[in-house]
Design a protein around this ligand. Sequence first.
Ligand SMILES: [Zn+2]
Length: 264
Amino acid sequence: MNKNRQKFNKIFLILFLFLFLISCAGSPYTGRRQFLMISSEQEVALGEQAYNDMLLKVKLSKDKDLVEMVNRVGNRIAKVAERPDYNWEFSVIDDDNVANAFALPGGKTAVYTGILKYTADENGLAFVLAHEIAHALARHGAERMSQMMLLQLGQAGIGAALYSESEATQIAVSQAYNIASTVGITLPYSRTQEYEADHIGLILMAKAGYDPKTATAFFKRMLAGNSGGRPLEILSTHPADDKRLAELQALIPEARKYYKKRKN
Ligand SMILES: [Zn+2]
């Protein structure tokens, strides 16, 4: 066997052992198995960094009532999220042209004022925040990053067979990290992740005392808002259509059990 071939095989052997060791993680509530190559600590550090970078570029809302409402709803959901290690923070970004929101690993969460005409009331806002928080709790950002790192490592593996393995691998990882710094803000989630965030989000809003039944009204407003003019930003990061609406509706009975339990 030639030397390059041996190097190539070695990288993939290490990678598969790594995969075997770390693929045991599961999402909260759904138990879906995930492939994760990033620790919770690394993910939280990236989340904090992305949040701080974002704060430098935006204008925060000075509307006291609005900021108070977003904090009130956000903190109610954070309370049932059972992550005491998260340092929760809720910001309102003053930009009526952006209909979007995000929650980053570590608990840093932001809402753009442009989404408020779709959320309409506290229930709508609760669904949006719970859905975003669900992405963070289920480590969807880390999952996307891990997929990218694997892809980059795969490419590096081929490069490494020809050149120096450590150097190529390092470049691949750093490239994946560079792209990863936008995870949760500009990188779209997968359909599986959207469905899971709806599932967990409905349960979280219910546990926080908001009726999950109200989520469909927001969803319909959002889909209707997208039919005219330019596409809504939230749909570029959170893919949605009538199929997702149907899936969302099917998840409501389970979530309502948590809501009724909370009300009793
Ligand atoms: Zn989403």
